[in-house]
Design a protein around this ligand. Structure first.
Ligand SMILES: Nc1ncnc2c1ncn2[C@@H]1O[C@H](COP(=O)(O)OP(=O)(O)OP(=O)(O)O)[C@@H](O)[C@H]1O
Ligand SMILES: [Mg+2]
Length: 162
């Protein structure tokens, strides 16, 4: 199924000069970039993105940490489209804690802190966010992009990748 999903290059990815490297991973896999911008997120925007459900999942301290983290500098918001894009993008990104992320994934190639380290130090820098499912993708795309910021065009290699 052709899907659209949201990717954020978090402040650590921007500050470490990894924008090009991260974007390349999605682009070379054949995902079509349909929106792209740099944003300094406000606390309000970050709070809508990482809603109360994050506090239910990880505890309120992690949510507070996350809101500080994602507002600590500019981020790159990206919308991509492609066959099964939501799952494929999550696979390219790798699992939540870089110490457990497979080599070849973004988190597995550019970070290494473990889950234990994240929990002990309240440190969750993992370079990228990617929508988890269709419902979240729809909500998050609408949060970060207006309709007129999302573009439709044909990639020249679509006959080989779709
Ligand atoms: N114990 C922790 N301490 C600090 N930060 C954490 C911790 N656990 C998770 N995080 C941060 O919270 C984010 C959201 O957690 P979630 O469970 O949604 O993981 P994810 O879906 O892999 O990540 P994301 O939603 O950012 O794509 C993680 O990406 C990470 O940055
Ligand atoms: Mg998540």
């Amino acid at each position: 199924m052709i899907q659209q999903t949201l990717i954020l290059i978090k402040p650590d990815g921007v500050k470490r000069g990894l924008i090009g490297e991260i974007l390349k991973r999605f682009e070379q896999r054949g995902l079509k970039i349909i929106a792209l911008k740099m944003v300094q997120p406000t606390k309000s925007l970050a709070g809508q993105h990482y809603s109360e459900s994050i506090a239910e999942k990880h505890g309120p301290a992690v949510r507070n940490y996350l809101l500080d983290y994602v507002t600590s500098g500019p981020i790159i918001a990206i919308a991509v489209q492609g066959a099964d894009a939501i799952t494929i993008v999550r696979k390219i990104v790798g699992s939540t804690y870089p110490g457990e992320s497979a080599i070849g994934t973004i988190r597995g190639d550019y970070a290494h802190a473990s889950k234990e380290y994240a929990k002990k130090n309240n440190q969750g820098q993992n370079l990228v966010h990617a929508s988890e499912n269709e419902e979240d993708a729809k909500k998050e795309l609408a949060l970060w992009f207006s309709i007129d910021e999302i573009h439709d065009y044909k990639r020249s290699d679509e006959e080989y990748i779709l």
